[in-house]
Design a protein around this ligand. Sequence first.
Ligand SMILES: Cc1ncc(COP(=O)(O)O)c(C=O)c1O
Length: 425
Amino acid sequence: MEREKAKAGRKPLFEQPLAGQYPGATVMGTEEAAALSEVALSRSPFRYYGSDLQYKTRNFEDNLAHYLDVRYALGVTSCTAALFVALKALKLGYGDKVAVPAFTFLATAGAVVSAGAVPVFVDIDDSMGMDPFDLDRKLAADDEIRAVIVVPLLGYPCDMAALMAVADKHDVRVIEDVAQSCGASYAGRKLGTFGDIGVFSFQMNKLITAGEGGAVVTNDPELFVRAVRFHDQGIFREQERYGLQSPDETDAFAGLNFRMSEFTGAVMGEQLAKLPDILRRMRIVHDLVRSELQARAPQLHLRKLFDEAGCAGCYIALALPTPAIAQHFIQALAADNISAYLLYGGMPLFRRDIFRLRRTVEKDDFPYNYPFRNLIENPETSCPRAIDLCPRTVFIPISPEFTREDGELLVEGILSAAIGKEENE
Ligand SMILES: Cc1ncc(COP(=O)(O)O)c(C=O)c1O
């Protein structure tokens, strides 16, 4: 029957293209508008002072810390800024190497380079997250790697127990780049709270959004104070709020400005309040699609999920047998008005020219010109899984607007596109 449906000329399963993949923006409405106008009418858009300060950013930080069950949260302007702040809070820079996953967005490794350190790419596993075995091997081989950035891609937690054990064993710091997975968890604990520092993005295509924005979270007061200072020109203005006084500024240093505005804080407060419902709605459809596919087509290679209860539910992903079959699969889904694609064009990050050619904005190839003792491993030989999986793993977005019926149709579309193609090749 599926094969019959795959034949050309039939009506698409969905009459209209399915809604886009912008969960937070999709549910934006009067609540965000009201919060924004409160800030405008207060004429106090700066978070630290004003004639009628609404404390939107401060409240958002408190609520985010409470939601994640972490001691400190700091709003910043983006996740790229948050990564930069996190790296500097951890005193990472010139002369350091930082392990990053072979498959992630530009910003993860870009922030490392901008902070003056050098990224070392680590292979991925079947969850498309960092492979703990390759991390272990690379940390054992190179004691100049001082930190690792773990990235749960598109809502799926990484193998956190194994990754944290490896990081502990080699005594390296851990940053979790949770840009794409705010609210997802592992073993009942929210992502972003396992390592030394967690960072989040509130850019447009994230689970909650103000168009732009980010956050840094940590349980460590010393790291938090360094993060606050670096994000605000070296100043720590709210010492009493946290009971973390350092009046003589002996711990101060020159910083930059990555402060979150009250407008962003206002929108993010409302978006955070909506996050549990966004996740609940996506999870219903995600779980339905995943379990139906597992039951009806066990031969399909669904992306590995390390914690069934902890995923955000924003994407279904599966690895097709070859890149060519993956392209056919995407086209067959498109004919049914189901959007699907290869994440980052199916390319591991180390193949992008920026990293392949070690391009930086600085003169003299800084920071790649540091006289490291150990050679940086070539990811072309050390990350075979990423080279294999990325160009044949297809991601299908799930919107909080999808109904159960949409989920059921999605299953039909995926089965028809995947099984028809596999049998025909
Ligand atoms: C994994 C990851 N890290 C960092 C970022 C950067 O986030 P921002 O756009 O907020 O700087 C993104 C954005 O897409 C991302 O996906």
